[in-house]
Design a protein around this ligand. Structure first.
Ligand code: M6R
Length: 367
């Protein structure tokens, strides 16, 4: 059932192009220009009445929510807050009937996420669930449900579910923007067209898995490392860091690149690996200067850059991995893939049980 792959995680990483296609299928109009979400029962008037969005989830699903925040704020111009579900209820969040609460859960059974959903409903908010499991508790209790079509995810470390959640957020962001009128049809069709290219672009990344295996093997000899990025690159850095910790047991931290000098830089010493995600054109110069800060203190820097920027970034880093070019907002759907592979190969190099990391369960049904 692993279809020739050594582990479910690797199989699921390779299933991502299909998961992207399936999650988009039926949600893009035949002319390929706009988004239809028949599963959203809200009227256009109700959508225009949304004053704020809360995105609530755990772990990897929360990291998808961090990207979701950027997507919804950028496209639909609605203010978004993100919370980990285990914190949400206890901070007495301001949930009003004009709040849309989006819960994200692969399994649809995570106890904290379910409790957050119930709290949101109790306060009169509309709840939209993004989940991978039809008929799950979260799917049954939410008002609207977007099913990510990733197919069953067996490995404890979430990969294709995360990227399918990103696709769901892109679709949702475009749908909201179109309904509210914050983006015109030409812009929406440009994003939809770029989304159509993502599956093939992921395939191109997967062709270079061998390079990432080598990177991971040398990383696996370290006990500490950092991930840095700005904007959505920071969100991806957080997911890359979680993935690595979860299955390789190597300690890592993800930092907003500009925040390093407020303390963390003290931890940078000769030879420490720093993985830098640098795909956002408008933040490019700034992140590059943060890379120089760690390089000057002896860090060994691997940069994930857009194709075409290899030469310029290459001067300031030790290793490079190029990602096919897409729209800045869509970059997470590509840049996370090399980080998933690095985590996988580092876990393998350390002889760990990749699919069943110690102390963890696939579905966390206790609070
Ligand atoms: O099923 P869920 O998406 O609600 O699960 C949430 C987290 O427990 C999950 O994403 C966890 O962080 C993963 N094991 C990370 O790979």
């Amino acid at each position: 059932e692993k279809a020739g792959f050594d582990h479910f995680m690797l199989k699921e990483i390779y299933e991502q192009p299909k998961a992207y296609r399936n999650t988009m299928m039926g949600r893009i109009t035949d002319d390929g220009k706009s988004v239809v979400l028949k599963e959203i029962g809200m009227t256009a008037e109700q959508i225009r009445g949304i004053r704020k969005v809360h995105i609530v989830a755990c772990g990897t699903a929360f990291h998808a929510g961090l990207v979701g925040k950027s997507v919804i704020e950028n496209l639909a111009r609605i203010p978004v807050e993100t919370d980990v579900a285990s914190e949400y209820r206890y901070r007495s969040p301001i949930i009003t009937p004009d709040t849309l609460v989006i819960v994200v859960s692969q399994s649809g059974e995570t106890a904290d996420t379910l409790a957050a959903l119930r709290e949101a409903k109790r306060c009169g908010a509309r709840v939209l669930a993004i989940t991978n499991v039809v008929g799950s508790s979260v799917a049954r209790e939410a008002d609207d449900v977007m099913i990510t079509q990733a197919g069953p995810e067996i490995a404890v470390a979430s990969t294709k579910a995360y990227t399918s959640q990103l696709i769901a957020f892109y679709l949702l962001g475009l749908f909201l923007a179109d309904t509210i009128g914050t983006r015109d049809a030409a812009y929406v069709s440009e994003v939809v067209a770029a989304m159509g290219e993502l599956p093939e672009q992921v395939e191109r990344i997967l062709e270079h898995a061998e390079v990432l295996k080598q990177v991971a093997e040398s990383l696996s000899k370290h006990n500490n490392l950092f991930f840095i990025g700005r904007g959505v690159d920071f969100a991806v850095a957080q997911e890359g860091s979680l993935k690595l910790k979860e299955i390789s047991y190597i300690h890592s931290e993800a930092y907003a690149a500009g925040e390093l000098k407020h303390g963390t830089l003290a931890l940078i010493e000769e030879g420490i690996p720093v993985i830098s995600v640098i795909t956002q054109e408008d933040l490019y110069e700034k992140t590059l200067s943060n890379i120089k800060e760690v390089k000057a203190r002896g860090a060994h820097v691997l940069a994930l850059v857009n194709e075409g920027q290899e030469e310029e970034v290459g001067k300031s880093v030790d290793e490079l991995f190029a990602i096919p070019k897409t729209l800045p907002l869509l970059a997470p759907a590509l840049s996370v893939v090399p980080l998933q592979l690095i985590a996988y190969f580092a876990s393998l190099a350390r002889g760990n049980d990749v699919d069943k990391p110690r102390n963890l369960a696939k579905s966390v049904t206790v609070e």
